[in-house]
Design a binder for this molecule. Sequence first.
Ligand code: SAM
Length: 303
Amino acid sequence: MLKQIKEICEKYSLRPWRRRGQNFLISQKILEKIIEIADLKKDDLVLEVGPGLGFLTEELAKRAKKVLAIEIDKNLVGILEERLKNYQNTKPRSESYSTTGVEIIKEDILSAETEKIIFNWLKENLKDKTPTPKGRGSDLQSVGGYKIVANLPYNITSRFLRIFLSSKFKPESMVLMIQKEVGERIIAKPPQMSKLSVMVQFYTQPKIVFKVKKENFWPKPKVESAILRLILFEREKIDEDKFFKILRAGFLSPRKYLLNNLEKGGVIKKEEGEKIFNQLGFSPKIRAQELSVEDWRKIYFTI
Ligand code: SAM
């Protein structure tokens, strides 16, 4: 794979761009493991973030019904279109491949425009289903309809998770290559919780499936990596702005008591907070990182 990647870069005079997190995966074995963990079915819709040179995209395309690949770098989009032309809106290549509809879009995955593109893609491809929240009028959030698979640019991990976990149209699962330390922070338990771990564990059951050494990328990154699998729950609907405001405030100064942070963050006056904490059975001296997701849920519903 490394040889092929270097050849492509040479052919198109491409130099991997560090600021865009362009560290390409060069291990076929790890690529296969990602595919295995993604557990794709023939009628799955898959969103890939940052397809790069398209090696993972190609494997996704062979297995899923449709792949929507969002890539920010226009030079890579040009290469992808050429390399994956056999997979774009063509008929099944063989019995074992369900269909091969890859769409490559030049966009920033974090942009509002991308949200619209995904919505329209889901609308087009979800058979007989429009991506409306589960069971009209239900109290559950809308989960499902598509899966995300990505070797993420590491500098956008938190923002990416925040957007897709609180999206109106949440994926049913994500298989993500991320920085190992970030993965460890995500699966942390009290008293080592962070805003990130609460957010991810509120919506999903996260698991680090395996760790990946730097040597499996070109150019070699500075950090180690891990494959994180997130399976989303069907959660009750919440006011996500309110929930994130509470979380942001709670973690303002990790060394301070939660009650002080909540007051400083404009969530609740200290005296009122003390009453609520008493009612919930929390010590007034508790710190944000000591609370479980269930504790945050209780705070959200009581405030
Ligand atoms: N999928 C390829 C692989 O596995 O080798 C490339 C992965 S590389 C770690 C991250 C990719 O994400 C790069 O192709 C980069 O250009 C792209 N990227 C970076 N920021 C992005 C953003 N905000 N939106 C979409 N793609 C982005």
